[in-house]
Structures are given as C-alpha cells and as structure tokens.
Design a protein around this ligand. Structure first.
Ligand code: KG4
Ligand code: ZN
Length: 337
C-alpha cells in the first residue's frame, strides 16, 4: 500500500517541508529561504530561530495544499546532520514531536544521503551509481551502493565547490548565495578570457580529490586589477570548476571500470548541480554510462529530498528512536546499514 512520508529540512538557511509517497508522488513541497544577505553568509543563531518561527505555519500550509491531515502521514523524517546544530535541533525536535503524537516511525536523515538519493525519486536509477556531490558545504565523489552504504573516493581538501562560487561571487558584488547569479553573469562572458588554474589535476597521487582555494585566490588576484570584466571572469571560473569536475569524474569512472563496479549511472547532486553549463559539460563524460542530474528545483536544499530519503529508510525498515541526537558532523561512511 502507498505510504506517505513527511520530510523536514532545517540544516542550513532553507526551511523546507514536503510530503512524498512510497510510489514517488510528490504531494506537497514548500521551501522558504531566509535572508542572510546583509551578513554575506548564514548566521547560525538567526537561522535556528527563523526555522522555529515558520515551521508550524509551513506544516499547516502543506497539509492544506495536499488536503491531508496529520493522521494520513505514515512516517516522519528530518535532516539530523551534517549541518548547523541549532537548526538541526529545531527540525528534529519538531519532527520527533509529530512522530510521537501520531505514534508513527521517525527517520533521522543524513543531509548528504538525501542529496545523493534525490535522483531515485525522479528517475529510475539503480545501485550502484557514481555520484559527484557538490554543494555549499561539501564536494565529494562517492559510489552509492545502497541507501545506507557509500564508498568515498575523493573529497575537497579545502573549500566546497559552492563555497568557492559564493566567495568569488561576493568579491564581484553578487548576492548570497552567489551560484544562481554567477551562472547568469557567466552566460554573457568569454570563458577563455582569464587563465585560471585547475588545482590537483596533475597530482597523480590524488586522482579523485578537489581543491578550490588556489582557484579562488587566482580569481581574487585578477579582481585586484582595474577594468576586470566580471562576466568574462565568471565564465572563466565556472569553466575551471567544470573542467575539474570532468577530470575527477573521468578518473573515478576509470577506477570503477578497473575494479569491475557495475555502475548504472553517473549522477551530480547538491546545489552546484543546478548549474546548467556544468551539467551540459558532464553529459559528454562517458559513452557507455549515462549521466543524469535531478531537476534543477531539487538540486538545492529542499524537503522532497529529505522525505524521499525517509522513504528509502522506511522501505528498508530503518527507523530511529526519539532519543536520536542530531550530529553537526555526520560522514556518509558512518551511516548504519
Ligand atoms: O545543496 P545546497 O542548497 O546547500 C548545501 O547543502 O550546502 O547548495 C548551496 C550551494 C551554494 O553555495 C550556492 O551558491 C550553490 O549551491 N549553487 C550554485 C548554483 N545554484 C546554487 N552554484 C553554481 N551554479 C548554480 N546555478
Ligand atoms: Zn544541501
């Protein structure tokens, strides 16, 4: 029988709720982004209070738009890490309370797993698949073997890809988070105008890792000059990130082939996956293994990805006690099977 799962996301500055069914139907979906622009980034304390303020109204809203009541919900899932601990506690406590009142299971969702599994909500993607998870907080290449089994191949040694977009964007006067405006600016620029480094690509000892700090510094040094064309710099920077992604994924694909891992797909997820130019470049990656990305609206933080990760846990009978403590750090390798 089709079951309905609530997903609650509060790990950063997006408050998001969604109702998703075990038959992959998205019944309701609402995201509210907080304004942290004045501070140039997210202020954890302000973010946690804002989640607390708006969660009840948003919950009423999604029940209204889906014409459902609490009693129709079969399971309650909340992001419990990694993320800002204040916000995680707000979302987890809210969701646990609903699970307690309704006497239904509670699922503690790992935010990275939610990004990783989103593609299975919208497309038929079987395990194992190769994943590039590129968001504001993370940049990793993983083999996703099941909903709770991840093999980490490589990760960033410094900044995350989204963070690099945000920091360079800020220097160019773009609003926070800079990714969407950066992409629009880059559309009118010449990607060959500025020569930017592709860190680590010649380092044979780190074939799957990332480093963005040198690239970011190179962009900053260019911006120190007069008459810098921002559109050209945005396009050149975006192209460098895309080249790095392509190179790292090619190495990972070759490794998977050598080790006879029967990948079904190559997937990109996380906020940076919303970038259409980068997605376009990744389509050329492999002739044999299809590349696929979630719909743009499900790349950045949202409740549907949490509800769907909740469905995957529910389907595997993995539920959590109401005493589960949110975790600011929660590496995917530490998920329980
Ligand atoms: O997944 P996400 O919403 O939050 C985290 O889990 O971190 O990712 C947010 C990040 C931000 O750094 C934002 O600038 C970036 O994703 N982003 C983009 C684009 N849209 C969002 N980066 C590049 N191009 C975009 N179109
Ligand atoms: Zn995220």
């Amino acid at each position: 029988m089709e079951k309905i799962i609530l997903g609650v996301e509060t790990s950063c500055d997006e408050t998001a709720l969604a109702l998703v069914t075990t038959q992959k139907r998205l019944l309701a979906h609402k995201v509210t982004s907080q304004a942290h622009e004045a501070f140039g980034g997210v202020v954890p304390e302000i973010a946690a209070r804002a989640h607390l303020d708006i969660l009840p109204d948003m919950m009423r809203d999604i029940l209204k738009t889906s014409a459902l009541s609490l009693s129709h919900i079969d399971g309650f899932a909340a992001t419990c890490g990694p993320g800002l601990i204040g916000g995680l506690h707000v979302g987890a406590s809210f969701t646990k309370t609903l699970a307690f009142i309704c006497q239904k299971p509670f699922m503690a969702v790992n935010h990275l797993a939610a990004h990783a599994l989103t593609i299975r909500l919208t497309h038929e993607v079987t395990f194992p698949f190769l994943l590039l998870l590129a968001s504001g907080g993370h940049c990793q290449i993983l083999i996703v073997r099941s909903a709770c089994d991840y093999k980490l191949l490589g990760r960033t040694l410094d900044d995350a890809a989204g963070e690099a977009f945000d920091k360079v964007g800020r220097l160019m006067g773009l609003p926070y988070p800079a990714g969407p405006a950066f992409e629009i600016l880059a559309l009118t620029g010449d990607a060959r105008r500025y020569k930017l480094p592709r860190p680590l690509l010649t380092d044979k000892t780190r074939p799957f890792d990332f480093s963005f700090s040198g690239l970011k510094t190179a962009a900053r040094l260019i911006l120190d000059h007069k008459n810098v064309n921002h559109a050209d710099l945005a396009a050149s920077f975006q192209k460098a990130v895309s080249d790095i992604f392509v190179n790292r994924l090619k190495n990972a694909l070759a490794w998977c082939q050598e080790n006879r891992i029967p990948l079904s797909h190559v997937v990109i997820s996380g906020g940076v996956a919303a970038n259409k130019t980068i997605r376009q470049d990744l389509y050329e990656l492999s002739k044999t293994i299809p590349f696929i990305a979630p719909p743009i609206s499900l790349c950045t933080d949202n409740g549907a990805m949490v509800a769907w990760a909740g469905v995957e846990l529910y389907n595997n009978s993995i539920t959590y006690g109401l005493d589960f403590q949110p975790r600011p750090q929660w590496p995917l390798e530490e998920l329980r099977n």
